[in-house]
Design a protein around this ligand. Structure first.
Ligand code: SF4
Ligand code: ZN
Length: 475
């Protein structure tokens, strides 16, 4: 019989650096000693990542949820109802709220949701709206593509599904733009009572801790285990919408990213991460190699529950520079700015912006004060060139003499999820004349001037002069 090796449990974990989990249980470890196994390398059975005693778990979760259901005052959180018409309306409300809640806090969303429902109380009202009205209500929430997808989705539901969002997650995901597995699960479980799971960021974190799962957070196997855990919670239950809302609520208010309230958590007695924290390990290492978990990586030292879930490895941000031209005309005691409407599809669809050149190359950034003239020429035709007074010649004869000053103002950096964007701000002040210069498109429409646009993107067609006071509300 081999000599038994004993190791004392160190609550702060091993001092050595992170190691890869051994492929098999080391033979020199007494697997009956749970503390030993965790301290050395945490080999464990894959069954550690399966929910146990789900019924009991659900009872404790729902009892807790009843005490907090209305605390955050969410207007879309209503009791489940089995009337067909009311379910259709609930589905619309849940859909709107879930899309608004993507990457936005509950407290921020509530007033937006209220204003939205006042303007578009039903999906039919939304389907009749235009993108300007939708964008106006969305202003401040960001990610405007979400708003335009809601409009497209509403039109489709009215035309193709008789104004009722489908009650099947697969159809919802396939047919309704912007609806993924999570939103489809939320609509179908909360509004229609379908036993389908939801896993958003909050539930992902919560279940990663409950299941003591330490593996790449976006890996297919990780997501499969988490979705399976969420599915077990709702399977066969009469009110799956409440279970899903309770999981989301618990994840966001108790099982927080930092400093979770484990002592008062209703699930603490069945939580794997908490068990490791307290030393009461729920999972036993398997002596059967077939059962050994091959998904988890080595957990960082220590015993804090916040070691779970594993952090996502950071992907390198793309670096881009956009040139933003603040083109201003000064005259008659007024200041007017050029705004350009973005295309009706794609990023920030239909919104107005200052004329910009996106993702300029490094060569172009070196030629900062030349580039704005390309934009000016695109807008007005070749009436401007560096440091010169030029006449705006039209078929009507010489109209105005304009002077143009171009100044580099500075850079503004914004970090998106995958892009580090630098906005290089250029001020272009046009003076002269009794009115601002005409856009080349206006001249075309009058049939009095040849097209001056450069290439195919003649932004003059989408541009307008806007008084300074109206710039922030342009539509
Ligand atoms: S016990 Fe702690 S870690 Fe576990 S689910 Fe509750 S709050 Fe999260
Ligand atoms: Zn594991």
């Amino acid at each position: 019989m081999s000599k038994k090796r004993t190791l004392s449990f160190n609550p702060d974990g091993p001092k050595n650096k992170r190691r890869k989990l051994p492929a098999t249980v080391p033979t020199n470890i007494d697997v009956t000693n749970k503390f030993e196994v965790i301290a050395v390398g945490r080999p464990h059975s894959v069954h550690l990542h399966t929910l146990k005693d789900v019924q009991n778990f659900r009872i404790r979760l729902l009892s807790w949820f009843e005490t907090v259901r209305h605390v955050r005052g969410m207007p879309w959180r209503k009791p489940f109802c089995d009337n067909y018409e009311e379910q259709s309306q609930r589905a619309y409300e849940v859909w709107i709220s879930e899309i608004m809640l993507q990457q936005t806090q509950v407290a921020t969303v509530i007033p937006y949701y209220d204003r939205w429902m006042e303007k578009f109380p039903t999906i039919n009202d939304l389907a009749k709206a235009d993108i300007d009205a939708v964008n106006k209500l969305w202003k401040g929430l960001g990610y405007y593509s979400r708003a335009s997808r809601l409009l497209t989705g509403a039109k489709k539901v009215v035309d193709k599904y008789n104004s009722r969002l489908p009650d099947d997650v697969k159809i919802l995901e396939k047919e309704i733009p912007g609806v993924g597995r999570y939103s489809a699960g939320a609509v179908c479980s909360i509004a229609y009572g379908r036993c389908v799971p939801v896993v958003d960021g909050n539930v992902h974190r919560l279940l990663s801790r409950v299941l003591a799962l330490y593996s790449s957070p976006k890996a297919r196997k990780t997501l499969d285990l988490l979705w399976k855990g969420a599915e077990d919670m709702v399977a066969g239950y009469c009110n799956p919408g409440d279970v899903n809302q309770a999981l989301i609520e618990l994840g966001s208010t108790v099982c927080k990213v930092k400093e979770p309230f484990c002592e008062s958590c209703p699930l603490n007695s069945g939580c794997g991460a908490y068990a490791e924290y307290t030393g009461l390990v729920t999972g036993r290492p398997s002596t059967d190699i077939e059962d050994l978990c091959q998904i988890c990586e080595q957990v960082p030292p220590g015993n804090a529950v916040t070691r779970f879930p594993m952090r996502a490895s950071k992907t390198k941000s793309r670096i881009e520079t956009d040139l933003v031209n603040l083109i201003e005309w000064r005259g008659n005691g007024e200041r007017q700015f050029v705004l350009v409407r973005r295309p009706d599809k794609g990023l920030l669809a239909g919104l107005y912006e200052f004329p910009s050149r996106e993702a300029i190359s490094s060569d172009e950034t070196d030629d900062l004060l030349h580039l704005p003239y390309l934009v000016l020429n695109n807008l007005f035709g070749n009436i401007f060139s560096k440091d010169k007074f030029l006449k705006d010649e039209t078929a009507l004869g010489p109209r105005h003499e304009y002077k143009c000053d171009v100044t580099y103002i500075g850079d503004y950096v914004h970090i998106f999820s995958h892009i580090r964007k630098t906005y290089r701000i250029i001020s272009i002040i046009i003076q002269g004349g009794s009115s601002p210069p005409l856009f080349s498109s206006s001249k075309d429409q009058a049939g009095e001037q040849k097209t001056h646009g450069i290439g195919t993107d003649n932004i003059g067609l989408r541009a307008k002069w806007t008084l300074e006071k109206d710039v922030s509300d342009a539509k």
